[in-house]
Design a protein around this ligand. Structure first.
Ligand code: UDP
Length: 499
C-alpha cells in the first residue's frame, strides 16, 4: 500500500522533465504536453523541457506564451547537440538535408550520456521521454523515479506496427511489391476492420534489417518496464485500439490528446510561420480552400513537385500550399518548383507559403474546407480536432497505416491515389510519380457538391466535437491528464518502489 504523502510532499511541486526527439513532429506535441500538464494543475506541477539549443529556439515561443500568464511554470533546459557532422543550428529532421538524416538518428543515440547527466544532476520527480531514448528507463529506475514514454502517434498505428513486427520473419525476404500483408491481432468490436497493407507501404524496419529493426526490441522492453505511456490521441477517435493498447502495450496508458488545440491564435509554434496567409484566407468563402501541407521533413522529387503544382492548377480549386525550403542547395531538388510563371497563372486562387505555416490556425480558419496531407499523426489529429475533412497522400514510415485509420476506420477522408492507379511506396525511389491529372481529379472530385468530402465532413465534425469534449473538464483526455498527475504524485509519495 502507498505511504501517505508528507506535508512536505504536498507543498513541493512535482518536477516533471520532458525529453523530446529531434523532429518537429515530436518537439511540438511534447512541448504542448509540458505546457498543458503545468497549466492543468499549476500549484502541483512544474515542467522542464530538456532540448538542444536550436530546438530550444523552435519551442521558445510556445513556452513563452504558456508562461506569460504566470499560471504555468515551464522551463527550458538546454544541453549540447552531439557532434555528428551537421552544420551549426541543424539539430532536427527537416533542418538536415535528406542525405544527412541518418546523422540526426545518430545524434539521438549519442545523446545518452547527456540525458543521464541531466537526470542525475537535477533528480526530477518524473521523466517523460521520447520513444528512442530507451536508456531513460534505466536511469529513472536508478534514481527511483517514474519514466513515461511519450508516443507522438496513436494507438491504431502503434498496435499495427507491434503486431506486424511479431510476424516480421514472414514478411522479410518476401517480394516487396503490392502483395498484401494482413495485420494480425487487431481488436474487434464495433470498429473491427480487417487491415491489410501492401508490402511496399510498410515501414522499412518491418521489411528489412535496419537500425530500427535492431533497436525495436530494446525500445519495447524499455517502454513496458517503464511507469507508463502518454499517447497523443483521444479515446473517441480510436476507442477499440486504445482499449487494446492499454491491455497489451503499457503498464499504464494515458490518452491525453489532442494535445495541440486548433486555434486561430496559434501562430509561431514550431517555427516562425507566415501569418499573412491567415489574412488571405479571410478573403475566401467559407470551406472553399484546400490546405496542402506535407509536414516538417518528408521530401518530394522535383518531378513530383511539378506534377503536384500542375495538378493543383488544373483542379480549379482555391488552395494554400506549404512548400518547405531546404537549408541546403545541393539537397533542394524541389527548390525551384513551383516557379514564377506558375504562380502568376494561379494568382488569386492559389497561394504558396515557403517554409512554415501556422497549421493549427490555418485548420481552425472557417475558409479551409479540406486538408491534403501526408498523414503524419499530428496532422491527422489536428484535422480531426478542427473538423476538416482529409485527402490522404502518405509518403513515409507509418503514414500509410495512419491513412487507413483516416479513410477506413474513422472514415473522415479519401485517398488521392487509389490502389491500382500506380505504385505507392514508403521508398521514394520505388514509388510512381502521381501525375497532375490524378491530383486534379482527386482534389476537384473531393471538393465538388455531392463529392466524397460531404460524407467525410459529417464524420469529422462529429470527431471535432468529441475531441473538444475530450479535453474539457471531465472529458476522457482531461481525466487521463489528471490521473497522470495523481499517479505521479502518488509515486513520489510512495518512494522509489513505484517507479
Ligand atoms: N506544422 C506546422 N506548419 C507547417 C508544417 C507543419 O505547424 O508548415 C506542424 C503541424 O501542425 C504538426 C507538425 O508540424 O503539428 C508536423 O507533424 P506531423 O506528425 O503531421 O508530420 P511530420 O512533420 O512529423 O512528418
Amino acid at each position: 500500500m502507498a505511504a501517505a504523502a508528507t506535508p512536505g510532499d504536498r507543498k513541493k511541486k512535482l518536477r516533471v522533465f520532458f525529453l523530446p526527439f529531434f523532429a518537429r513532429g515530436h518537439l511540438i506535441p511534447q512541448t504542448d504536453l509540458a505546457c498543458r500538464l503545468a497549466a492543468a494543475r499549476p500549484s502541483d506541477v512544474e515542467s522542464t523541457i530538456v532540448v538542444t539549443p536550436a530546438n530550444a529556439s523552435l519551442i521558445e515561443p510556445t513556452v513563452s506564451r504558456a508562461t506569460a500568464s504566470g499560471r504555468a511554470a515551464v522551463h527550458i533546459l538546454p544541453y549540447p547537440f552531439p557532434d555528428v557532422g551537421l552544420g551549426p543550428g541543424i539539430e532536427c529532421l527537416g533542418a538536415a538535408p535528406a542525405r544527412d538524416e541518418w546523422r540526426v538518428y545518430r545524434a539521438a543515440d549519442l545523446a545518452q550520456p547527456a540525458h543521464e547527466a541531466v537526470l542525475r544532476a537535477h533528480r526530477p520527480d518524473a521523466v517523460v521521454a521520447d520513444v528512442p531514448f530507451w536508456w531513460t528507463t534505466d536511469v529513472a529506475a536508478e534514481l527511483g523515479i517514474p519514466r513515461l514514454t511519450f508516443h507522438p502517434v496513436g494507438a491504431f498505428p502503434q498496435l499495427a506496427m507491434n503486431n506486424l513486427f511479431a510476424v516480421r520473419a514472414d514478411i522479410v525476404g518476401r517480394p516487396r511489391g503490392r502483395q498484401l500483408v494482413a495485420v494480425p491481432g487487431m481488436p474487434g468490436g464495433k470498429e473491427k476492420k480487417e487491415v491489410a497493407i501492401p508490402a511496399s507501404e510498410l515501414p522499412d524496419f518491418l521489411v528489412r534489417d535496419d537500425h530500427l529493426s535492431a533497436l525495436w526490441g530494446r525500445l519495447k522492453a524499455a517502454q513496458l518496464a517503464g511507469f507508463g505511456v502518454v499517447v497523443n490521441t483521444f479515446a473517441d477517435l480510436e476507442r477499440a485500439y486504445c482499449d487494446e493498447y492499454r491491455r497489451v502495450d503499457a503498464r499504464r496508458a494515458y490518452f491525453v490528446g489532442p494535445i495541440s488545440q486548433p486555434s486561430l491564435s496559434a501562430v509561431g509554434r514550431g517555427g516562425d510561420g507566415d501569418a499573412d496567409c491567415l489574412h488571405w484566407l479571410s478573403t475566401k468563402p467559407s470551406r472553399s480552400v484546400v490546405y496542402v501541407c506535407f509536414g516538417s521533413w518528408a521530401h518530394f522529387s522535383a518531378a513530383q513537385m511539378t506534377e503536384l503544382a500542375l495538378g493543383l492548377e488544373a483542379s480549379n480549386q482555391t488552395f494554400l500550399w506549404v512548400v518547405r525550403c531546404s537549408s541546403d542547395e545541393e539537397d533542394s531538388d524541389d527548390a525551384d518548383v513551383p516557379d514564377e510563371a506558375w504562380e502568376r497563372r494561379v494568382a488569386g486562387r492559389g497561394v504558396v507559403v515557403r517554409g512554415w505555416a501556422p497549421q493549427l490556425a490555418v485548420l481552425a480558419h472557417p475558409s479551409v474546407g479540406a486538408f491534403l496531407t501526408h498523414c503524419g499523426w499530428n496532422s491527422v489529429l489536428e484535422a480531426a480536432s478542427a473538423g476538416v475533412p482529409v485527402l490522404t497522400w502518405p509518403l513515409v514510415f507509418e503514414q500509410f497505416i495512419n491513412e487507413r485509420l483516416v479513410t477506413e476506420v474513422a472514415a473522415f477522408g479519401a485517398r488521392v491515389w487509389e490502389d491500382g492507379e500506380g505504385v505507392r511506396s514508403v521508398r521514394r525511389e520505388e514509388a510512381d510519380t502521381v501525375p497532375a491529372e490524378a491530383v486534379a481529379r482527386a482534389v476537384a472530385g473531393f471538393m465538388e457538391r455531392g463529392g466524397r468530402r460531404e460524407k467525410a465532413e459529417v464524420k469529422v465534425k462529429e470527431l471535432a466535437e468529441r475531441a473538444r469534449t475530450a479535453v474539457e473538464e471531465d472529458g476522457s483526455s482531461w481525466r487521463d491528464m489528471h490521473r497522470l498527475i495523481d499517479d505521479l504524485m502518488q509515486a513520489r509519495a510512495s518512494g522509489p518502489k513505484m517507479a
